[in-house]
Design a binder for this molecule. Sequence first.
Ligand code: NOJ
Length: 588
Amino acid sequence: MTTTSPALDPEALTTTTLVHPATAEAEWWRSAVIYQVYPRSFADSDGDGLGDLPGITARLGHLTRLGVDALWLSPFYTSPQRDAGYDVADYRSVDPRFGTLADADALIEKAHRLGLRVIVDLVPNHTSSEHAWFQAALAAAPGSPERARYVFRDGKGPDGEQPPTNWRSVFGGPAWSRVTEADGRPGQWYLHLFDATQPDLNWENDEVRAELESVLRFWLDRGVDGFRVDVAHGLVKDQSFPDWGHRTDMVSGDDEDDAGHDPGPSPYWDQPGVHDIYRRWHQVLAGYDGDRCLVAEAWADTPEKIAAYTRPDEMQQAFNFDYLTTPWDATRLREAITDGLTASDAVGAPCTWVMSNHDVVRASSRLGLPETGKGPNGIGADDPQPDAELGLRRARAAALLMLALPGSAYLYQGEELGLPEHTTLPDEVREDPAFFRTGAAEKGRDGCRVPLPWEADAPAFGFSPTGATWLPQPADWGGFAVDAQKGVPGSTYETYRTALRLRRDFRLGTGSLAWVDGLPDCTAERVLAFTNRELLVLANLGAEAVALRDVEVLHASGPLGGGLDGEVLVPHDTTVWARLRRDDAERD
Ligand code: NOJ
């Protein structure tokens, strides 16, 4: 929708263009700020260097003090950890490294007591190769019901020595691996769109569908409020298995052939059949009280195709990765925001904003690189290093931009501390399968997964009682620790806290968005300016400061300057939240 909003003072603001009207205060997930907890790296209670569920439970107060509404837990299920838990061997148990089912129950119970909702990760595209089903499939013969739960095929060539198709793994290398049959001879091939230890389930199989539904119920019965659905766009494969030899980029979801050409439609991403699965899951959730929700981790070509996952009878949210991968550029961000809101409004869903997660270079480092878009697939000591100061400044400005947008927003643990990527991890400590499967051409995602600093002067910065950490923390992280920022005006942590409080007070999550054009000095190439309810939000992405008049500043991502006649100077890479001084504006 694009109309001129009548509610705003045209003299003060010149023109406004409404792209999203305010919505009703309805289900919690429409406007929630949801904090992603990465269990390996949040807090370690037993001192083994790996985070765990009791560690998370003990630190839930951090989330309530910050002012978020919910947490999403990345996988903590029994797993050989070949892909940091996204290789699930048993969907109904907790990996002993992370605790027990009783610990999960205690976490959910305490979170609820504190007023926090809990979303858990569901990994339905693939299991671990150590899952009992896959072990049974390996032991069984070609054509057996055990093999039918996965995607087994005979190879091509006289002895079946070539893979069934030329599909490539997202982590690099081929997407098929060959098994050895019971008689010791080379046998069939199985599909794995990710690591070879992550065999794809066969979603044409009714037993697979029934099993994952039962897993949903298992966790819903334990009280979880929703699921983040891993690789939601990948479950259904084109059953004609055509060749399609393109590698999908882990970070952007873009598909490219080696010459950089757009390869055309993929035979395994975003197939129409996936939507039937989510319609069914919608029904399962609807059988429970309390507005449970599903959030899609889905990659598709257009905002409309992403929004299709959130039609009224499917999921409730889908991450807006288009926003995450958009460069720090006012024109392009405005377009991404407008397109995201328009597409989600068309299906009556909230737009779900996200800047960071456990798969991408942290925002405060990404935004300090010369190319600010999706960022590289990891950074190593020999790569160009980000400008840390500029990156942090922009990340804070980007946070205030995102948290002022109507819809729901996800924060990745450490984002509220301005934590940078670890950009100099030694290769020997890396664990990401993408590093190994690309022959180290990609550094991978370990740099954004480093354990959190809680206390500046404690061993492991308070992450673990023994000082052990599964990945080393940079020696200079003390200044990012929670206790070094708490109560310090202007710290990144306090800046997030204030933003979250104001977001709630002003009901920005269910608010409106109208672009404001024509403010003096504020060209659309340099400045994003919009209103949400009675708030004026201005993000200055240009190189020069811009002056604002007749406003009462409520919050800013960094220090502001003062000009003549009460002008407020907004420096480069800074966002302000302000209220119009309507009386003054009218008097002028
Ligand atoms: C997306 C997850 O976010 C990522 O961490 C994982 O490696 C892949 N899906 C495969 O499960």
